[in-house]
Write a protein that binds this ligand. Structure first.
Ligand SMILES: [Fe+2]
Length: 139
């Protein structure tokens, strides 16, 4: 296990979402350091709150962009997003209740989820959003 560096192969073709994903990887890396250095529950709590807030915002933006272009797999993608938030919440409860194993388990879960989500799930919207983003940005 080590810190994760951004790679060009992670790009979903939409710069603002690539930027979001870079920030999510930063949060994941911060989590790695907290777990590795056993920094304690307060650090974990702050990081999970940050993650929750950021993913909520990012998911909403992604979903709005997919909706705008009539992305065919939008419902499935929304379900996957909702499930992640639910899992983060459940892990947070375990950690808050003093489950010491949960922090490490959560890190591994999140790492796998994030990488898989970006390269396998988000990547599927790449051909749909790449062109339309340039044409429709009005804000
Ligand atoms: Fe997504």
């Amino acid at each position: 296990m080590a810190l994760i560096k951004w790679r060009d192969s992670f790009s979903v073709g939409v710069p603002r979402f690539d930027d979001d994903h870079k920030i999510l990887l930063d949060i994941l890396n911060e989590m790695f350091i907290i777990v590795r250095d056993q920094k304690g529950i307060n650090y974990i709590t702050v990081e999970i709150n940050k993650l929750t807030q950021y993913t909520q915002e990012h998911f909403a933006n992604e979903e709005a962009a997919m909706e705008k272009i009539g992305y065919p797999a939008l419902d499935d993608h929304k379900t996957i997003h909702a499930k992640l938030l639910e899992n983060v919440h459940l892990f947070k409860e375990r950690i808050d209740n003093g489950d010491t194993q949960a922090t490490t388990t959560f890190y591994h879960f999140l790492r796998k989820w994030l990488l898989t989500h970006i390269v396998e799930v988000d990547m599927q919207y790449k051909p749909f959003l790449t062109d339309s983003e340039d044409m429709t940005i009005t804000d």
